[in-house]
Write a protein that binds this ligand. Structure first.
Ligand code: SDX
Length: 430
């Protein structure tokens, strides 16, 4: 193997440059010395949507899109889904190691004892219309938390930052459940500290007149697995938003609101809601071939299919499909599953999808499970945001501790008008 460098010849000048290769990348700033004259700004890279650009060095999540591999801190997602819990995985993402029993106990105690939200938050929440989308409420409420904890701006004070981390992971579930209760016109069900993270979330969502809510253990476990699978996914769109906002040293609540806003998009975390709307629109098995035809005609996309990184089956979709059957044992099977399975069967055989390496992604089956668990469709992106909160925070914390990082400020290729003088309105032509 030769030297770890690129030799570039600029044919405009005949000059030759040696550019070092590190971690299979070159530094874009090394291209700036490639100029045609001393006054020249130098070369940049142009990469809309960052299709081939690494924005950071990270040790949190590893994805191999061709081999369908996903690991959190080196642990395969399949093992974590089978053996871990969401809170344990949140700890792993944030601190890099699986917690000891004592560490997990302390971690769980802190999260459990930060689930309450300030009573004034309820007044803010009550200001939303009865039919406000819960994701819009979550984004607003998480941003509002920055006004209740102004000390969160001290992002380099480790103890202060740690307390905000407990608060964000704990309170995002409470805010999510309260948003649902507001939509349904139900009184808020307060946290129950005797329950697990997912058990308490089910309690805050579905408790009615019983004195003490008892979560179904199968559903509590299924939610744990779903939350583990959604906890992080390296530099996806919403994590990029979290890092970009965090790079300005904004408080973490405001950065979190921005990340949740990015996740809300139907091409990202809003896809699970879009999948259910698509399955309901298809309606019956007989309509599947016609729908596929319209997708191939480019009328719309097959929601829950395709991925920027995975050009193979999303490993999370495989696990979620297994969880679906466990949930249906308790809730009864959702007829939409047959439509989803038929869509998948056709898509995995059809040249249009095969050529574009379009496979089911994390959002394809998750919505069917959530619907079977009685979550309304518009709660699905919220159910994505709850666990992704720990991934966003882990990535944000890694950014703050990375001495190479600065405020994110991309360049551009300017193709607009050259300099010209102001034209008085009476002289302007149509
Ligand atoms: C998530 O990044 C992450 O890690 C995200 C995520 C995470 O955990 O954070 O994994 C969560 O966001 C999963 C993705 C959920 N989104 C959807 O299911 C929406 C439907 N899928 C897409 O729109 C699309 O596949 C993306 C957005 C996920 C990825 O898009 P890319 O990588 O930008 O691919 P592309 O748009 O360039 O598409 C390449 C080709 C195009 O066809 P041609 O122009 O070459 O003819 O594939 C086609 C696209 O039209 N295509 C699809 C398709 N997805 C891509 N055609 C039909 N149905 C689809 N779903």
């Amino acid at each position: 193997m030769g030297a770890e460098t690129l030799t570039i010849i600029d044919n405009r000048t005949g000059r030759q440059y040696e550019i070092p290769i590190e971690n299979d990348t070159i530094r874009a700033m090394d291209l700036r010395k490639i100029k045609v004259s001393d006054e020249d700004f130098g070369l940049m890279t142009y990469d809309p949507a960052f299709m081939n650009t690494a924005s950071c060095k990270s040790r949190i999540t590893f994805i191999d899109g061709d081999r369908g591999i996903l690991r959190y801190r080196g642990y395969p997602i399949e093992q974590l889904a089978e053996k871990s819990t969401y809170l344990e995985v949140a700890y792993l993402l944030l601190y890099g190691e699986l917690p000891t029993s004592a560490e997990l106990k302390e971690w769980t105690w802190h999260i459990t004892h930060h689930t309450f939200i300030h009573e004034s938050i309820k007044k803010v929440m009550d200001g939303f219309h009865y039919d406000a989308h819960p994701m819009g409420m979550l984004i607003g409420m998480v941003g509002a938390l920055s006004t209740f904890y102004p000390e969160a701006k001290n992002i380099f004070d480790k103890d202060c930052r740690q307390k905000q981390i407990y608060r964000m992971i704990a309170k995002v579930a409470t805010i999510a459940a309260f948003s649902y209760r507001h939509r349904k016109g139900l009184p808020y069900a307060y946290p129950d500290n005797d329950l697990s993270y997912t058990g308490n979330f089910l309690n805050m969502m579905f408790k009615t007149t019983e004195v003490k809510y008892k979560p179904d253990p199968v559903l509590e476990r299924a939610l744990n697995v779903l939350f583990i699978l959604h906890a992080d996914h390296e530099q996806n769109c919403s994590t990029n938003a979290m890092r970009s906002i965090g790079s300005a040293h904004t408080d973490p609540y405001s950065a979190l609101a921005g990340a949740a806003a990015a996740l809300y998009g139907p091409l990202h975390g809003g896809a699970n809601e879009a999948v259910l709307r698509m399955l309901n629109e298809i309606g019956t098995l007989e309509h599947v071939p016609e729908y596929i035809k319209r997708v191939k005609a480019g009328e719309f996309r097959l929601m829950g299919f395709g991925h920027r990184v995975y050009k193979n089956y999303d490993p999370r979709a495989r696990i979620i499909k297994d969880v679906a059957y466990e949930v249906f044992e308790v809730t009864g099977k959702d007829p939409l599953l047959d439509i989803a399975l038929e869509l998948e069967r056709i898509a995995l055989e059809d040249e249009y999808f095969v050529k574009r390496k379009l496979y089911p992604n994390v959002d394809f089956y998750s919505g069917i499970i959530y619907q079977a668990m009685r979550f309304p469709v518009d709660m699905f992106p919220v159910l994505f945001a709850i666990p992704r909160t720990s991934g966003w925070i882990a990535q944000w914390q890694e950014l703050l501790e990375d001495s190479e990082q600065k405020i994110a400020r991309p360049r551009q290729i300017y193709l607009g008008a050259q300099e010209r003088d102001y034209v008085p309105i009476e002289e302007r032509q149509k």
